[in-house]
Design a protein around this ligand. Structure first.
Ligand SMILES: [Zn+2]
Length: 554
């Protein structure tokens, strides 16, 4: 592959209100992240131009960026009627003078009506000047986007902040309106980039990281590993943005010469040679492209997940179901996991089972535990919050007692912000390992997880969540130790590539990255597989099956 220039279509700097102090926000942090992740240029907006006087802060931003020839300002614009902002024709002149080719609009936060006729002069001027206009979906609703596209077919619109749950609304708009462009910041849709390129949308897709909130490396991994023609990859990485900015582009390719071998492989789109085990995947039944609700997941069954894993170098995946967790069909979900284990190569995956603690008796659950864990490929338990019980509820006692005797692990989707639901299980069942999912979702979540990891030796941290917060993998490892943090992706609900890139482009040493990517998971799974037969004592010993345990020791 030719060298690929990455040009980030949306970043921001400036402090945000009510945000954890460890969250990156400054221009220096943005530049350091770009150099680390080999990003050659970026459009940069200022949070302050939304929350203080826009023109004062627009000018301040242009001044701040002027010392870096690879950074280009995005001004925040709004209608002029209250005298706080220049009229459209004057704005056009100011932007021309300052070399600004992109604006953000924040109608909700800035309190103006994007659908009002009074906003038409601004929108018409932006359309006339072909200014890249960046809107975050939470600032407008989908029907507002559709109206905007229909009323201003020449306006180059870039939509950010699209949840992956909006695919059924956004994809039809992309197919219908060629002036709609997207980045994948929150739109981390499984195999979405391939699907959209195949549908002819390659000119509408842009690389945009939403740094300094999010990891730039997470987002470049989605493109570097995309199974698309190199010509489309080059357009998404930078070509489309250069076109939309009428030729503005980074002056040179930026390559991090100090990157480690894991980053080099990822940057070149090669399968990682380090051991990678994905600790969190909600498999669908074969052939499905969605999980009901509002969730599209292209090719989310075993064959699709396996194919993508090979492309990334993922060596193994812990499979739990989607329907058994989110949609409380525990039996069907466990059957789906078993079918996936049957379909996939031996040793590629292991299973986690779910139990209906809301509707089934202790006796029924005990029977199901015994039946399911006769299959040595099941090594974990996946309770879920949709069953309406906290994990420290007595309804779970039978599950944790069994797991403790077998030395299994449980993957918890946290329920309380302080993770208080872990206290009772972690202290009462020391032979069961509890892995908290989604601990990288925010710095507050990371703090709570670090505190529990320090308190309980059987508490582990799994990272996955859409926000792929910049710097948080390092923060978790610094706080809890490299032995306690596990890579997980939540695929195919989210595409695994951003989650993988998040770890790959962390600042961890190669040794620590390898632990997080796979060695920690391998050690835990080996321990479970070689767990000795439980002492035949205690009230649940009648449910244990010694032969099966012997069989599990490979
Ligand atoms: Zn989950």
């Amino acid at each position: 592959m030719n060298p690929l220039i990455y040009f980030d279509a949306f970043t921001h700097i400036g402090p945000k209100a009510n945000v954890h102090g460890a969250q990156p926000w400054s221009l220096d942090q943005l530049v350091v992240e770009m150099r680390h992740c080999s990003i050659s240029g970026a459009l940069v907006s200022s949070i302050s131009s939304v929350h203080y006087d826009p023109m004062l802060e627009n000018r301040r931003l242009s001044g701040q960026l002027s010392k870096h020839d690879f950074l280009f300002p995005i001004w925040n614009a709004m209608p002029h009627w209250t005298g706080e902002f220049p009229p459209p024709e004057e704005l056009a002149g100011l932007m021309e003078q300052a070399g600004v080719r992109a604006v953000t609009l924040y109608p909700k936060t800035n309190g103006w009506g994007i659908q009002s006729k009074t906003s038409q002069p601004l929108l018409e001027a932006l359309e006339r000047s072909q200014t890249l206009t960046i809107l975050s979906l939470p600032e407008i609703d989908v029907s507002g986007v559709e109206n905007l596209l229909e009323n201003h077919p020449g306006l180059p619109l870039l939509l950010t902040g699209i949840s992956w749950g909006c695919q059924r609304q956004i994809i039809p708009l992309l197919l219908r309106h060629q002036n709609l462009h997207i980045i994948f910041d929150h739109f981390q849709i499984n195999r979405g980039v391939e699907w959209l390129v195949e549908k002819g949308c390659e000119n509408q897709l842009l690389f945009g990281s939403n740094a300094t909130d999010m990891s730039m490396g997470a987002h470049r991994a989605y493109i570097d590993y995309a199974d698309i023609p190199d010509s489309a990859r080059a357009k998404i990485a930078s070509g489309n943005l250069i076109r939309l900015l009428k030729g503005i582009k980074p002056p040179r390719e930026m390559i991090n010469r100090d990157e480690d071998e894991i980053m080099t492989e990822a940057r070149q789109g090669k399968p990682l040679s380090a051991l990678v085990l994905d600790f969190h995947a909600h498999i669908l039944d074969e052939g499905l492209n969605g999980g009901g609700g509002s969730y599209t997941m292209f090719n989310g069954g075993p064959s699709g997940v396996h194919q993508l894993a090979k492309r990334l170098g993922i060596d193994g995946i812990g499979l739990m179901s989607w329907n058994g967790t989110v949609h409380v069909q525990a039996d069907e979900g466990n059957a789906c996991v078993r079918a996936a284990l049957d379909a996939l190569p031996a040793d590629f995956s292991w299973g986690l089972a779910t139990f209906d603690v809301a509707r089934e008796s202790r006796k029924e659950i005990e029977q199901k535990l015994q039946t399911i864990f006769k299959d040595p490929r099941f090594l974990g338990i996946k309770p879920y919050r949709t069953y309406g019980k906290f994990y420290d509820d007595p309804a779970y006692d039978a599950v944790w007692e069994f797991g403790n005797q077998r030395g299994l692990y449980a993957l918890f989707h946290p329920q309380r912000a302080d993770l208080g639901e872990f206290d009772k299980p972690c202290s009462r069942y020391p032979n069961l390992t509890f892995v908290a999912a989604h601990c990288g979702g925010s710095y507050q979540a990371a703090d709570a997880a670090i505190a529990k990891a320090r308190q309980y030796p059987n508490f582990m941290i799994e990272i996955t969540l859409t926000p792929v917060c910049m710097g948080i993998i390092d923060y978790l490892v610094q706080g809890a130790g490299a032995d306690r943090v596990f890579f997980g992706s939540d695929q195919p609900m989210r595409d695994p590539r951003q989650q993988l890139g998040w770890v790959v482009y962390s600042r961890l040493s190669v040794e620590d990255k390898k632990k997080v990517l796979g060695l920690n998971a391998q050690a835990l799974l080996e321990r479970i597989k070689s767990s000795p037969a439980p002492a035949m004592a205690g009230r649940d010993c009648s449910t244990l099956d010694g032969d099966t345990l012997g069989a599990r020791t490979k």
